[in-house]
Design a protein around this ligand. Structure first.
Ligand code: SAH
Length: 274
């Protein structure tokens, strides 16, 4: 008997539509010139959505001068009080970091990261997250992202200027978007695939998970032993879908408020469900 072909999912968005869904998120930037340089780097590669998380400087004439013709990107910049706010509504976030950390998200090459990011952009907004010029990204900021990208550089001097780092990543995205339009999916979507979970939903899941793990006694917040970053890393690899988040939240609810066998209350099995 012939098996029905597994439908493959091809985003029919144009390369530019995918690039329009990319947010460039700059965390705690201290120098206005770097924000201007980032805006210029973005515009040259067709990116336009700049997010500034707790900037430590004003968008002054220095920023304007470094943006050159990209002052529209500066004017349109969205100011946020936290990284969570900047990522609200996104389905995927990539951290740019000169240094890989022990328990950061899965590491990816800058070139290899581009196509998966565009694939994710077929489902919604995605983010590239950059750190402060001196301190880089904090561990908490890194752990909010599903992937970490390090731009190859000299081990003796690995830290690029912020604007230069934005330029390199934006260039790779543009190359991937226009060379491989539309990008092929890494894995074919099955008919059961639900949309990617939004990062806010995933954050609420982590909060729920933490609460339950404290409640059951599995997790001691006084001695965390890096449990939560490890779990974030695990779920970050899974590319969670909305349905899966609902299942996981349901499981957590059933631990918090056990009701006995729930299957007794469910409808009979639908054809094809098992
Ligand atoms: N001293 C900091 C570097 C900050 S540079 C540190 O060691 O982390 C400012 C930002 O530019 C970084 O947070 C990162 O987002 C980006 N960046 C600089 N060099 C990079 C590299 N080689 N790979 C990836 N991102 C880089």
């Amino acid at each position: 008997m012939n098996q029905a072909p597994v439908p493959t999912f091809q985003p029919d968005d144009s390369p530019q539509t995918l690039l329009d869904r990319v947010r460039v998120v700059l965390c705690r930037t201290s120098h206005p010139g770097n924000i201007g340089a980032a805006a210029r780097a973005m515009k040259t590669m067709g990116l336009s959505r700049l997010y500034l998380v707790s900037p430590m400087c004003e968008l002054d004439s220095v920023a304007e001068a470094r943006a050159a013709g990209a002052s529209d990107v500066l004017i349109g910049a969205v100011r946020c009080a936290s990284l969570g706010e900047a990522l609200s509504g996104c389905v995927h976030a990539v951290a740019l970091s000169a240094r890989l950390r022990d328990l950061g998200p899965v590491a990816s090459g800058v070139r290899e990261s581009a196509v998966p990011l565009l694939q994710a952009a077929a489902a919604g907004d995605v983010a590239l997250v950059f750190g402060n010029e001196t301190s880089g990204l904090s561990n908490e900021e890194l752990q909010r992202c599903q992937k970490a990208v390090t731009i190859p550089s000299s081990p003796a001097f690995s830290s690029l200027n912020l604007g230069a780092a934005v330029q390199v990543m934006a260039y790779e995205l543009r190359m991937a978007a226009f060379n491989e339009a539309p990008p092929a999916m890494e894995t074919p979507a099955t008919p059961f695939q639900s949309p990617a979970a939004a990062l806010d939903e995933i954050e609420r899941f982590y909060e729920h998970l933490e609460r339950v793990l404290i409640g059951t006694g599995f997790h001691d917040p006084a001695r965390p032993r890096r449990l939560l970053p490890k779990l974030r890393r695990l779920f970050g690899r899974a590319a969670l879908e909305k349905d899966e988040i609902n299942i996981l939240r349901g499981i957590l609810d059933s631990i918090e408020k056990p009701t006995g066998p729930q299957w007794k209350h469910r409808n009979p099995v639908e054809p094809g469900e098992n």
